[in-house]
Design a protein around this ligand. Sequence first.
Ligand code: SF4
Length: 274
Amino acid sequence: MSAGPSLPMLRVVVPPDERPRADQAERKTDAGSPPQTEDGRLILTPELTEEIERSSALLELAEPQDILRWTTERFAPRFTMATAFGPEGMVLIHMLAEIAPQTPIFNLDTGYQFAETLELREEVKRRYGIAVELKQPETTVAEFEAQHGGPLYKTQPDQCCFDRKIKVLNKAVLGYHAWASAIRRDQSPDRAKAPIVGWDKKFGLVKVSPLANWTKKQVWGMITKYDIPYNPLHDQGYTSIGCWPCTRAVLAGEDERAGRWSGFAKTECGLHTQ
Ligand code: SF4
């Protein structure tokens, strides 16, 4: 761990054997734990706001591994990560496999993911021994499309993402206090202001972005150096991979997220916008 400034530690007190289950809707407040709602979501107090801002400033120049170490020490076992198995997510999984392999990691399994993406989940299990949990919507794709008279992604992708991603994530993070995101600031204007540590008001979580300062080149440099598994679709021009109906390969010179929701003004599924 690189020498760094002493970091603020408002420790969450959790009984050691009480690992939160993502599907817990009801949770009693632990003695000594920070203010939280009945269903276990953190409440943003002035003290927490101050801690988040101070920690983010202190960690701004830290290595991603050090940011993950701090996050784990500060929030585990109430720290989780969602991944779509993109290159940045794979780098974080690789780091967590060394730093905190017990970290619960989940994937929003919309029912529309590429077979290659789901196979990568199996590869993560083989390589790291980490079983990424698939979190699914309440309806199957067939039921969902029947309810809406056909595929909603063709006409209302925002609603489709809300129903098959946001709602699922909202439930999956119950009981957790912090989550890791794999976003990079240089990916899009929306992501350019992402702090290292911030408050995710949409989900009531502290959001940590260890790779916010990294470039695409750094991510792929690490993948190559450590032979980290990645989605083979990246070798076919798919720079950013989500659900198959809303993802295409990009053309030379296009933005790396240009292949997502092509033809719509939409650029984000809503997970990383407030
Ligand atoms: S990315 Fe497309 S298919 Fe997937 S949830 Fe969003 S709109 Fe639906």
